[in-house]
Every structure is written in structure tokens, then in C-alpha cells.
Design a protein around this ligand. Structure first.
Ligand code: HAS
Length: 542
């Protein structure tokens, strides 16, 4: 891609990997503390370190990496950015970086130990909330740059569907913009005034609901770039074709429609929300599983078509034909395999009765270390292994390719141990987000100890994985031999149907999206506001 666009994308990716280094270290400290064998020095608190870990890895690494990747993907498939798009991209980057710095300083000063979900009643310094506001506004500016490029492409190519990777990036951007309205609402109207002392109390239920209106689509904002790689990039890397352009687009549209009106599945045990609305949102949650099943189907089809074209026979003969020695394929593939148990865990979480068992246990932490920290993050690493050299004008050498495969195996082993132990001990009732000294040393908790130690072992192996990926990243960014690394973009299979233009009719999809959000949230919000007890009673208010 164009050098100036490459610089914009790389700027985001540098910040993402810096967050990985610091956030990963915080993760190591955490599993050690939870094992009960280690105490943090200098009076640093467990929850402070947990906040550093969650914010840096869950919010900073993801948002910066995703925006960087999407800028590159759009520039590659829709063409070089105009001056205006690039300006918006840079403006967004600097505003986000300013916001991140403000929030990070407050966390390090222990003025914002509110975890990565930061909803009330935990309260942070106002600078933290202002920083978050800048991060969100910055991401909107960057997103606006992408949308401007897409609009100009469509004007130049009337009657044609946008390039698939660009279309997918725009879906993810729209999803992000609609989702962040919720978090902007709670930050601007509740948390900022409260932390500035302008109001005494805030309604915690409203704060949590606005957060989860954002918090669930957030996880698909993380997932969709991985799906972009699985749908569009992996077929090219293995030498095959995309099974169907229309299927890929439809699955992204379904994510846009169904990922937002489902936040209540994080609030199933919460009083103050009528069971009817929880039921409705759980039903919608099961709808958002469908595009993932479509993705699994499409991936198997791509692999099988490719394998058969190479002479594979039998039901699974294609498996042997895949390019196992190529890190650009193998690393994300390990992520795909992890997504099968990870997704199954999600279905358990979403089932009302089973949620009563797992909610607020460390099972949930196990779930998102398989989804986000394995499927998504390994795919991001797999992307970085060709994207970083592509952007810096270098190549992925054979030695780095091998090391990248070793890295992914180390990661998979560490994560299987850590996340497996989290799932298991969660079923024994071990709570999430609690320091060893909060519950772990109680006699009733003795059964948990072996699992906590397994978590520490898994977490330590994972930390080695982080050191390896950082080593590879620094090599690819600064030291690998100069050359041209391909930005792979797959073509659609000849057998696929033509893509209907209705799939790119934003009027239809945005109308359905607005209708679904209104149906899922209007009455519950009216209920919350009408039934809120007077502030003087204190209930639900802090
Ligand atoms: Fe989740 C909690 C439900 C997916 C992340 N989730 C969380 C939290 C996070 C998170 C961070 O309903 C904790 C939030 C907090 O701090 O409190 N989740 C789901 C459901 C799905 C799901 C139904 N989650 C994700 C993804 C995440 C993520 C993706 C991040 C990226 N989750 C929940 C619920 C809770 C929750 C409840 C609240 C729990 C509570 O009580 O607090 C679904 O989207 C999953 C669908 C996935 C599939 C799998 C498809 C498989 C594919 C791979 C194909 C493989 C191939 C290769 C082709 C159905 C596509 C195979 C080759 C071979 C040879 C085998």
C-alpha cells in the first residue's frame, strides 16, 4: 500500500504492541498473586494491576491494532487514501493517544482502579473519564476517514459492490460507532459529572446497562477483523478461493444487526430488568451465533475446495494439503480451532439457567481468554507477521516464520492450561476479579488452590509467548531484510453466485438495526427511569 497510508497504519500498530508488552506483564503479576505464592511490592494493589491488564489488552491493544489494520485493508482494496481521509486518520490517532495517556496515568497513580469495564459504582478520577472520551472521539475520527474513502470509492464505481475487505471494515466501523454511543452516554452524562462532584449519585443500573449496550458489540468489534482475515486473507495464503462473497457479506451484516441488542446477557442475574426483556435479548444472542456458524461452514468449504483441487480424497483428506509450514496460515488456524470450544462456552454463558452457575466466576475469564486472548489475538499475530513487514518494506524470513509457529504453539499450550483451569475452577465457584487474600485463603477455598497454581503455570508460559511475539514484531519492524512482503487478498471462487447489491443497501440494514435496538432497549430504559427510587433512598444509587 501507499507509503503514507502505511505510516498511518504502523503508528497504530506500534501503540498496540507497546500495550501488549505492558499489559502482558501485568497479566503475569496477576496469576502469580492469585496463586497465593506472591505478594505485589511497594503497596501496589491487585485491582490496580488488573485494571492495567484489562485496559491495555482489552481496550488499547485491540482498538489501536484494529484501526491500524482497517486503515491498511481499505487502502489496499479501495485504493490510496485521499488527503482528507489520511488527515482524519492521523487526527484520530493523536486524539486517541492523548486519551490513552490520560487514562493510563490515572490508572498508574491508582486514581482509576475501576477495571476495564469501569461502570458505577466504582469511581475514577475525572481525567480518566475524559481520557476515555478522547479515545472514543479519536476512534470516530479515524472511522470517519475510513467511511469517507468508502463513499468516494462508491461514487467512482456506481452499481458495484465495494471491495469485500473494505466493506467488512466499514461494517465494523459502523458497529463500533453505534456501540460507543452507549459508553459515551454513561461517561458524559453520569460518570464525568459524578467524578467532578457535580452530582452526588448516579443510577448504577443505568450505568451498567449503557456499558453493556456497548460491551457486547465491543467483543464483535474485536472478532470481526479476525473474521476478515479468515474469510479474505487465509484463502489467498493457502492458494485457494473465498467460498462465497455474498455469504461473507451477509454474515457481517448479521453481526451488525444482532451484536448490539443483546447486552442483557451480561446482566441476567441483575435485578431491576424484567425477565421478559432478558428473554428477548437472550433470543437475539442466539441469533448472533448464526453468522459464526456460517463462518465455520465457509471456512471448512474453502479448505475442502482447496484440498480437493490438490487431489485430496475422503472426508478429511484436505486437512493434509494445508500449508502447515506457513505461519501466516498456521497461527490464525490455531485461533480458529480454539474458537470451537470458546464459542461453545459462549452458548453456555448465554443460556439463562447455566449463566446462574457461571456468572461472576472465573469461568467467564476462561471464556474470554479463549475467545479474545486466543482466537482473536493469535489471528492478530498471524496478520502482523505479514502486515508489519509489508508496511515497513521488509520480509518475513524463514527463521522468523518458524519462530512464529513456535510462538503460537507456546501460546496454545499456555492458554490451554490457564484457560482450562479457569473454566474448571469456575464451576467449583471460584470468583473472578478477586485477589487471593479476598477469598483464596479461606478454608472453603482450599479446593481451588491446585487450579490457581495451574493458572500461574499457564500464565507464565503465556508470558514467554508474549516475549517471543514482541521479539518477532521488533525484528519485522526494524531489523528484517528489506524487501516486499505480500498483502494477501483472496478472490471469490468461480462457482460462487454474483453478489446482490441489496447486501450493500445501507438504508435497509441501518433501519433494521435501529428498529432492533429500539425494540430491545426502549421499554427497559423507561422501566429503569420510572422505577428508579428517589435518590434519597440510596437504592441502586451511589
Ligand atoms: Fe462472550 C462474556 C456469550 C463470543 C468475549 N465474552 C464475555 C466477556 C468477554 C467476552 C470479554 O451470554 C466478559 C465480559 C465481562 O468482563 O464481564 N460470547 C457469548 C456468545 C458468543 C460469545 C454467545 N465473547 C465472544 C467473543 C468474544 C467474547 C467472540 C471476544 C472476542 N459472553 C457471552 C455471555 C457472557 C460473555 C453470555 C456473559 C457471561 C456472564 O455471566 O458474565 C458467540 O458469539 C460465540 C459463537 C461462536 C461459535 C464458534 C464458531 C466457530 C468457528 C471456528 C471454525 C473453525 C475452523 C477450523 C473452521 C458458535 C467460526 C477447524 C478445523 C479443525 C480441523 C477442527
Amino acid at each position: 500500500i501507499d507509503k503514507k497510508d502505511a505510516a498511518l497504519a504502523m503508528a497504530h500498530i506500534y501503540v498496540g504492541f507497546a500495550a501488549l508488552a505492558l499489559g502482558g506483564f501485568a497479566g503475569l503479576l496477576q496469576v502469580l498473586v492469585r496463586s497465593g505464592r506472591f505478594t505485589l511490592p511497594a503497596g501496589i494493589g491487585y485491582y490496580q494491576v488488573l485494571t492495567v491488564h484489562g485496559v491495555l489488552l482489552g481496550l488499547v491493544l485491540t482498538t489501536f491494532f484494529i484501526l491500524g489494520f482497517q486503515h491498511a485493508a481499505i487502502s489496499r482494496t479501495a485504493g490510496t487514501y485521499s488527503g482528507k481521509s489520511r488527515f482524519m486518520g492521523w487526527l484520530g490517532f493523536w486524539v486517541m493517544l492523548l486519551g490513552t495517556t490520560m487514562a493510563a496515568v490515572m490508572i498508574l497513580l491508582n486514581e482509576a482502579t475501576v477495571l476495564y469495564t469501569f461502570y458505577a459504582p466504582l469511581k475514577a478520577h475525572w481525567i480518566f473519564y475524559l481520557g476515555l472520551t478522547f479515545v472514543v472521539v479519536g476512534s470516530w475520527l479515524g472511522g470517519a476517514g475510513m467511511i469517507m474513502k468508502y463513499i468516494s470509492w462508491r461514487k467512482e464505481h456506481p452499481g458495484q459492490p465495494g471491495p469485500l475487505l473494505t466493506f467488512m471494515s466499514i461494517i465494523n466501523t459502523v458497529l463500533w460507532i453505534v456501540a460507543t454511543i452507549g459508553v459515551a452516554g454513561t461517561v458524559l452524562f453520569q460518570l464525568l459529572p459524578w467524578s467532578l462532584g457535580l452530582v452526588d449519585r448516579v443510577d448504577v443500573l443505568v450505568s451498567r446497562t449503557l456499558f453493556w449496550y456497548f460491551g457486547h458489540p465491543l467483543v464483535y468489534f474485536w472478532l470481526l477483523p479476525a473474521y476478515m482475515a479468515w474469510y479474505v486473507i487465509i484463502p489467498k495464503i493457502i492458494g485457494g478461493k473465498i467460498f462465497s462473497d455474498s455469504l461473507a457479506r451477509l454474515s457481517f451484516i448479521l453481526f451488525l444487526l444482532f451484536s448490539i441488542p443483546v447486552g442483557f446477557h451480561h446482566q441476567l442475574v441483575e435485578p431491576g430488568i424484567d425477565a421478559y426483556w432478558k428473554f428477548l435479548q437472550v433470543t437475539l444472542t442466539f441469533m448472533v451465533v448464526i453468522p459464526s456458524l456460517m463462518t465455520a461452514f465457509s471456512l471448512f468449504a474453502t479448505f475442502e475446495m482447496y484440498g480437493r483441487s490438490k487431489g485430496a480424497t475422503g472426508l478429511f483428506g484436505w486437512f493434509k494439503k494445508l500449508p502447515w509450514g506457513d505461519a501466516r496460515f498456521t497461527v490464525p488456524f490455531i485461533g480458529m480451532v480454539a474458537f470451537i470450544p470458546a464459542g461453545a462456552g459462549g452458548l453456555i454463558n448465554a443460556s439463562n439457567q447455566m449463566n446462574q452457575v457461571v456468572h461472576n466466576t472465573i469461568w467467564v475469564t476462561g471464556h474470554f481468554h479463549l475467545t479474545l486472548a486466543t482466537s482473536v489475538v493469535l489471528t492478530f499475530f498471524g496478520i502482523a507477521y505479514w502486515l508489519v513487514p509489508h508496511l515497513t518494506g521488509r520480509i518475513l524470513t524463514k527463521a522468523m516464520n518458524k519462530l512464529a509457529i513456535v510462538q503460537a504453539i507456546v501460546w496454545a499450550v499456555g492458554m490451554s492450561i490457564m484457560s482450562g483451569a479457569m473454566h474448571a475452577v469456575g464451576l467449583l465457584g471460584a470468583p473472578r476479579r478477586s485477589s487471593y487474600s479476598t477469598y483464596g485463603d479461606a478454608p472453603q477455598a482450599l479446593d481451588w488452590i491446585p487450579y490457581q497454581i495451574a493458572q500461574a503455570i499457564g500464565g507464565t508460559i503465556l508470558f514467554m509467548g508474549i516475549i517471543l511475539v514482541l521479539y518477532i514484531f521488533i525484528n519485522l519492524a526494524f531489523f528484517a531484510p528489506k524487501g516486499e512482503e505480500e498483502f494477501p487478498v483472496g478472490e471469490t471462487a468461480d462457482t460462487a453466485e454474483r453478489t446482490p447489491m441489496a447486501l450493500e443497501n445501507w438504508r435497509i440494514w441501518l433501519t433494521i438495526l435501529a428498529a432492533l435496538i429500539l425494540v430491545a432497549y426502549t421499554v427497559p430504559f423507561i422501566d429503569m427511569i420510572q422505577n428508579a427510587p428517589p435518590a434519597s433512598k440510596g437504592y441502586r444509587m451511589w
